[in-house]
Design a protein. Structure first.
Length: 106
């Protein structure tokens, strides 16, 4: 995002965050919540979506594009009724892929 690039240019530490329970359009922006399918409610689908971004380093967009990404943080929206189930399964899957979960304390 422009904010990410501006923070990097200013010499700030930047952490790339992706969203397990949201889809992305072909420009890499979050799909508008006004559009159907913008929020992922299915636990398996959200987990697969997040793992693709973290493990494979790509966002699969709603238009079928594959955009490069290097996330260090994953968000699950608290207003998603399946948030707790998504977070639990995602953590299990990340650990199963030998990925560590840690805070960003320096």
């Amino acid at each position: 995002s422009q904010t990410y690039r501006a923070a990097e240019a200013a010499g700030l530490s930047v952490i790339c965050e992706v969203f397990a329970d949201r889809t992305y359009d072909d420009t890499g922006q979050l799909t508008s919540r006004k559009l159907p399918g913008a929020v992922i409610h299915d636990v398996d689908q959200a987990t697969e979506h997040a793992l693709r971004m973290v493990v494979d380093g790509e966002i699969l967009t709603t238009g079928g594009r594959r955009l490069p990404v290097n996330p260090q943080s994953i968000c699950v929206h608290g207003d998603n009724p399946g948030a707790v189930a998504i977070a639990r399964q995602l953590r299990t899957s990340l650990e199963g892929a030998n990925l560590s979960i840690a805070s960003f304390v320096k």
